[in-house]
Design a protein around this ligand. Sequence first.
Ligand code: SAH
Ligand code: SF4
Ligand code: F3S
Length: 459
Amino acid sequence: MAQNQKKLFIKTWGCQMNVYDSNKMADILMPLGYKPVDAPDDADFIILNTCHIREKATEKVFSELGRMKPHKQRKQEQGNKALIAVAGCVAQAEGDYIMERAPYVDMVFGPQTYHELPEMVAKTIGAYGKSRIVNTELSTDNKFDKLPEEAQSQGVSAFLSVQEGCDKFCTFCVVPYTRGAEYSRPPEQILEEARRMVANGVREITLLGQNVNAYHGDDENGKTWGLGRLIRELAEFDALERIRYTTSHPRDMDDELIAAHGDVEKLMPFLHLPVQSGSDRILKLMNRKHTADDYRRIIDRLRDVRPDLALSSDFIVGFPGESEDDHQATLKLVEDIGYTFCYSFAYSPRPGTPGANMGGMVHKDIASRRLQELQGLLNKQQVEFNKNTIGMTLPILLDRKGSRDGQMHGRSPFMQSTHVQADERLYGQIVNVKIEKAFANSVSGTIVTADGVILSNAA
Ligand code: SAH
Ligand code: SF4
Ligand code: F3S
């Protein structure tokens, strides 16, 4: 590593938006001489990009900070400067508290401030030891205009942020407070970023947003594009093979987007559409503004146009006031829909959200029993789904080396993790794989040619 090069260690929690942001932070710090490294040991700059969605996440940040402190001390003893920063949603929500509780933290900055990183670093290093920075500005100018072009390769499958923030205010959720109001990037800017990504070898793009299907970007002619239109335009890029998007809200599944699932071949047959609960009473208390049957109808419409669509969702059990009947309604909805894989959580009251003051808190033991029941059912569906793909030949995008020798990992159109014996040179290719074995979290198989002939030494 060159003399003037400094080591940057970023640890990321939370959603894909944070993963995307961490890459952007590395990109913006690169011209300042920071090079990403995989371990904090000798780092000159440590950034914890945090998530505030559930209680334990905050505590995790503080214990992680405790682990980072000795690295900074060691550097200091060697006469070097090392910076520790907290970014992301915990930074946004708990900025001052972090500064108070962890005096060795140099910088705290929220998700809307990353484009100001060079200035913030200059200020902190300049006044090293004297000045600490808290920057939790939410309504800055459009940070996307100021962020640099991608400097690092994201691999063959990459995220592209199209929308940020949330105006929905579900009563359990901190996101509208940590990420601010909904904002959609202009379509031209997104297409330009996609063009560069594809030119750099990206073959699958996942469009990101806290409410990605609420996307409504105005183009240069003042026309508003929805997500369906954006997906159609992206599908025109020849070298781009696959398009996905996440996370979406049932209320924003409009006609154009549903139609895209039917006729845009590159849009993969997998959709993460969180429903949270199957009880109308709880959905109302959660301020989701749709019923369980509204959700069923949306799924019916999607499956009408794309019968093999695989579905995933998020669930919360033990929301304040949740009765046994409400819980049963959730299990019923899961039975009715049939999911491939889901995330489920016990409700965690978040300070400042309406849910935290609702009363009727469900006892911890009851919530964990309900969570177990729900997860039992979801796991059963997941295994079933994987088993049902045995015997199918699926196009798998090989995106990294597998854990075993001679093995590659890839994703099926349904997002299944797939392991296959394959030469590393096939990285980035889409190969036809006959699925032979199904496990709880993955499948495996053998590469075949398009007409089903097994390639003994696939390379
Ligand atoms: N924008 C997405 C969700 C973002 S948060 C949507 O609208 O669905 C990701 C998931 O975390 C949520 O879907 C929810 O299931 C879970 N979650 C959010 N707040 C929570 C809380 N207070 N307690 C438990 N789980 C929560
Ligand atoms: Fe949170 Fe609801 Fe917004 Fe999703 S839609 S980010 S759950 S407030
Ligand atoms: Fe977490 Fe913030 Fe994402 S709270 S889920 S990192 S938007």
